[in-house]
Design a binder for this molecule. Structure first.
Ligand code: DOR
Length: 443
């Protein structure tokens, strides 16, 4: 007896081809994929010819628990995730208190076990003096270093500390690459210049492309010097793409987020503080280069950097308005809308959002649809367009920078570990995710 059978699906293959098939799940795994499956099942779903994809693995989200649960918590963030077809996520350490030791990591793991409807993994955050914890906390998907300051108080920007972290241990290091010194200099200069009217647009001027490039170059230099596995988070500029095109080695990977692909500095006029994030949105030419970098394979994966803040917080004048936008529930429809428009292939979407993140972080048995793989799946409707609406957002933030945009590829079912967790716009109670495991050295 199967736990779940999905009938009449169009099943995406890792090479991007699609086969008409039924799929059966048992004990959390994909047990069979066949033209017709007729065995008994606890539950049978008719896919009505909708497209079955591997669940998205979102490798960069901020779910705010502990410390700022009015913006999001692990439960609400994970519900937003499955609404968007995301079945696993890697969560960042800039909470309050920050996730910088085993006790904080254990707290999150316990909380996630109680509340998360998607599978979960956590980064350990670097400080100037928690080197031991960085390499001994388990399980952690990697070390996060804020080289430039952002939300929260995690920051490591001095040579001595960075050298110590890059030279000890073998765990993957993921960097928020913005140069703190340049941020501080430009903040002081630009905000004190009386000819500047203080608007959110200044954020992209203060944290200019050079601010990102300097830190990305520094991180690559450290990775090369110590032979250390490096992941550059949310690339945002053409000059970083070109730098990586020249200098990226096998031990370096990088990502882009939809906000840098789909938004640009013209959007400040429409979105104001909602468009403020770190690293900031850029001029349109940068987005074009990021798209090229993705298609050329310079950029490996897509994350969302889901960073919810309430609209009340966002209504503060610049520079007091917080940086970050929610995004975990719109990334897959955004990319599938591009696929439908012929701008990228289904193979690319799977590589960037499911297979790639599983490979980058060494998450075994996930990312593909195939017999024996974990049954983390999302069934999406590629025929219907539906607008993003603030009032439909599951994230506690309650808004989206994409509101009003007509997207296709919205999930109709999301399945985590062979169990339906999201169906017809609602969360099914009683289904929970599991802690992710990582097969990379030092995890
Ligand atoms: O804009 C951002 N917001 N960038 C980050 O790196 C952090 C994030 C947050 O946590 O709010």
């Amino acid at each position: 007896m199967f736990d779940l059978v999905i009938k009449n699906a169009r099943v995406a293959q890792p090479d991007g081809s699609i086969v008409d098939a039924d799929l059966a799940c048992k004990n959390g795994r994909i047990e069979r994929i066949d033209q017709t499956i007729s065995g008994e099942a606890e539950e049978t779903i008719d896919a009505h010819g909708n497209l079955l994809l591997p669940g998205v693995i979102d490798p960069q989200v901020h779910f705010r628990e502990p410390g700022a649960t009015h913006k999001e918590d692990l439960g609400s963030g994970s519900r937003a995730a499955v609404r968007g077809g995301v079945t696993s996520f890697l969560e960042m350490p800039n909470c309050k208190p920050a996730t910088i030791d085993q006790a904080q990591l254990d707290w999150k793991l316990n909380r996630a076990a109680e509340t998360c409807v998607a599978n979960y993994g956590f980064f350990i955050g670097a400080t100037r003096d928690n080197l031991r914890s960085l390499n001994t906390t388990h399980p952690a998907c990697g070390i996060k270093i804020f080289m430039g300051s952002s939300t929260g108080d995690l920051l490591v920007d001095d040579d001595k500390s960075l050298d110590r972290i890059f030279s000890s241990g073998e765990r993957l290091i993921a960097v928020h690459a913005e140069d703190e010194e340049r941020i501080n200099q430009r903040t002081a200069a630009i905000l004190s210049d009386p000819s500047n009217s203080v608007t959110h647009q200044l954020h992209s001027e203060i944290r200019d492309p050079q601010t990102a490039l300097i830190a990305t170059q520094r991180a690559l230099g450290l990775s090369k010097k110590y032979g250390r596995r490096l992941h550059v988070l949310h690339l945002s500029t053409a000059i970083e793409v070109e730098y990586l095109r020249q200098h990226k080695s096998a031990q370096v990977s990088c990502e882009v987020i939809p906000n840098h692909l789909f938004l640009n500095t013209d959007d400040y006029a429409r979105l104001g503080a909602r468009a403020q994030m770190n690293p900031p949105i850029r001029s349109p030419q940068n987005a074009d280069s990021l798209w090229c970098g993705l298609k050329d394979g310079i950029i490996d994966i897509i994350a969302t950097d889901h960073a919810p803040h309430t609209l009340e917080e966002k209504s503060l004048p610049y520079p007091d308005s917080p940086a970050g936008m929610p995004g975990v529930e719109t990334s897959l429809p955004l990319m599938l809308t591009q696929f439908k428009a012929g701008k990228c292939t289904l193979q690319q979407v799977q590589n960037w959002m499911s297979i790639g993140p599983a490979m980058t972080y060494g998450i075994p048995n996930k990312g593909w649809i195939g017999e024996g793989f974990d049954a983390d799946l999302t069934l999406v409707d590629m025929d219907r367009y539906h607008p993003v609406r603030d009032e439909e957002v599951f994230s506690r933030a309650g808004w989206s920078p994409y509101t009003g945009l007509e997207l296709t590829g919205w999930p109709v079912y999301t399945i985590v570990g062979g169990q339906v967790v999201f169906e017809s716009g609602r969360i099914r109670p009683g289904v929970y995710g599991k802690p992710l495991t990582f097969s990379r050295p030092g995890t």
